[in-house]
Structures are given as C-alpha cells and as structure tokens.
Design a protein around this ligand. Sequence first.
Ligand code: XLS
Ligand code: NI
Length: 445
Amino acid sequence: MAEYFIENKEYFPGIGKISYEGKTSKNNLAFKYYDAEKIIRGKKMADWLRFAIAYWHSFCGDGADPFGQATHIFPWNSTGDPMQNAVNRANAAFEFITKIGAPYYTWHDRDIAPEGASPDESARNLALIIDELKTRQEATGVKLLWGIAKLSADTRFMNGAGTNPEFAVLAHAANQIKNALDATIKLGGEGFAFWGGREGYMSLLNTDCKREREHLARLLTLARDYGRKQGFTGYFYIEPKPMEPTKHQYDFDAETVVGFLRAHGLEKDFKLNIEANAAELAGHDFAHELQVAVDNDMLGSVDANCGEPRNAWDTDRFAGNVYETTLAMLAILRGGGFKTGGLNFDAKIRRNSIDPEDLFIGHIGGMDTFAFGLESAIAVLDDGRIPALLKNRYASFDSGDGAQFESGGFSLETLAGRAGAYGKIGWTSGKQELFENILQEIILQ
Ligand code: XLS
Ligand code: NI
C-alpha cells in the first residue's frame, strides 16, 4: 500500500498495557476485577468472556448527536484523505486493542474503509485495508470476532436494504454483503453479523410487510449459501432490535428472530447477537433475551452495553450494573458458556468524555463489570441454593404423573382425569424475595 503513509505514531501516549491490579487498586487505568489469566473452572477468564472492541464506536463515532456536532476529534480521522484516515484508524485501533488487552475486535465494512464512487471502487478500498488489518492481526494475535456490512447509514438505504421496495437498492446491499463476507473470511472472522436497522417500516399504508420479509429471508439465504461455498465455517448472527431507527423493525426481539429463522430454514446457520440496550428497548431484561437465545440453542454473540433505564433510547453505555451482568452471565453459563461469539463492546463513551484516556476508562469499567458478573454467576452456581430452589419448583415433574406428562405419556382425557387426585393444590410460595436475597448476599460478599 505504497501510496499511503504508515505513520509510526502513538495515538494514546502515556498509556501502557492495562493490567489487573485487584479490587483495592486506585489506579484509574487498571483492571480491578478482569484478570485475563485467572483460571475459572479450568478455563481462563479471558476465554469465558471473549471481549471484543467495536471499531464503529471507538474509532469512528465522533460524539455528534441530533442536537449538536462532533466533539470527539480523533487525530486518526483528521488527515482529509479518507484512505489515509483508514490506515491511521487501523493503527489507532490496534494500539488501543492491544493496550486494553482484548482478544477480539468487530467492524462494519464502512468503519474500516471508505465507500468509493462505485461498488468496484468500494471493494478495492476494502481489499486494501483488509491487507493492512491482516498484517496487524498477525503481528498482534488479535482476532476478528465478526464482520458486518453497514446497510443503514447511507441515504440509499432510507427505505431499507434487504427489504427495500426498489430492487436496485437490494442488489447494492447484496454487493456490500458479499464484499464484507469475503473480507471476514480473509481475516479469519469467527462470525458474520446482520443488524436490520432499516429493515422495518414506519407506515403500513406504504408497506407490503410479507413481501419485504420474504426478500430479506432470500437475501440472508443467498448470503448463507455464498459463505458456505467460500468455506466460511462460522455462524451468521442476527441482532434483534425493536425500533430506532425504524418504528417497527422486523427483528423485534429474540423470539421474533427465532421464529423468522425457523420459518425460512435458516436456524442451523444463524444464531442471535443479543444486545443489552436493544433488549431494554423491546421491553425485556437483557437476561431474558439471552435466556431465550440459550433455550433455543441460538446464542451466537452479545453486544455488551446498556441503556438508560428511564429513557427509551439507544444510548449504548458501557455496562456498569453488576446485578445485570451477573444475571446475564448466569444465562450464558446455563447455556454452557460461549460456543461462538463473545462480549462485544457495542458501547460508546459519552459525548462530553473527550480525553484520550476516557476510551480506556469506559472499556475498563465494562470489562470489570462483566468479569465481576462472571465470578458472581459462578458463585451462584457453586453456592447451589438458587439452582436447588429453582429445581425444586419443578419437582412435581421429576417423577410420577409429572414425569409421565413430560415424556408424552398422557392424552388430554387421561390428564384431565388426574385433576382431582392431589387434594389442596397451588398454595406453594414462589420465594422470589428469598431468591433475590441470596443473589444479593452472593454479589455483596
Ligand atoms: C445498532 C446496533 C449496531 C449493530 C451493528 O443499534 O447495535 O451497532 O451492533 O450494526
Ligand atoms: Ni449492536
């Protein structure tokens, strides 16, 4: 890439590799709970959590909001030449990722390389930057968790991408998906994601929902088939989100996406990328969405962030609530831990957090909060009281009539005949406060 200058510049001077110092440390730039090498149940903490840094928020997001202009003026994005910026951005990204010590990163095609004047020029820009990223991955050992095509920001997608009523736009989306998938494969990406930000509608009057969803399913099927043909062995992920930017998004929540995938024969190749903030927007707890994914054997990956509890807005804050991360990790552990994917920081520092160290501080907080959640969740399992209480609630299905029902041994008539056989029924405490007190005791210990 001779025409672009590879600046040998440190973008975060004065900040070295972030290390674990333990919970008594007062060092703002140290981990208090995330101890990557610590062995938990035979596995390193780093391998339980599989942290990834999101290119878009950390190296592209400029702090602009609907009410004001950019506040994060990153030096790597300021040369005036979009391709030179892309190279500088790659340097800044790998400096940050290696200093914070995350094993993975994630990107959209347009985060890493600028769009060109034509689809072919965009593909060439992407290919050049992919070579740059490959060199940096090999030099540092950092891996790509997943790639994704950005099918939301450009004006051509204002009426949707895969669900656009205009065929030419859909073809353009396919071109971007193909190139982003090729790039993901070339970089050894472990997954390939879709987020349907514009796949939805604002008014039924101008929308043929059935046709739009079928187009989307066909496009996803084509992406799956192409990926498999090219030797991609990872999973495809869909990230559910109910609203924002569109009023009704087709991928509303985990249950909706599971149904959609099954209806279109995609359930073997696709899994869910569950985002905490999107769960909240759907009116669910983060842990609920994770549990739905786990119960369907469809937990793919996680976008680790959080919203503002009293604000129906996608604020993408770094997680800071250890109760939430404990419940989240409990759901993930119930599914046996990550089999694919990881905890991707789809999170951003606030608009007025403008010091270079703030990006570190935000990620340190998020990583510590999930590390704490992991250890608390393991403590809940080791303690055994909550799992025992939970199991006991369903004990009547473990033997006798209950077990016979579960194994399909009743017809409705024979089942109905058992209604009078048990005397006084239903007066059993749910013990919710006890569950909550035990959880609190374990978290606070
Ligand atoms: C937006 C989504 C997005 C995806 C990647 O709300 O969370 O950032 O994670 O396109
Ligand atoms: Ni996300």
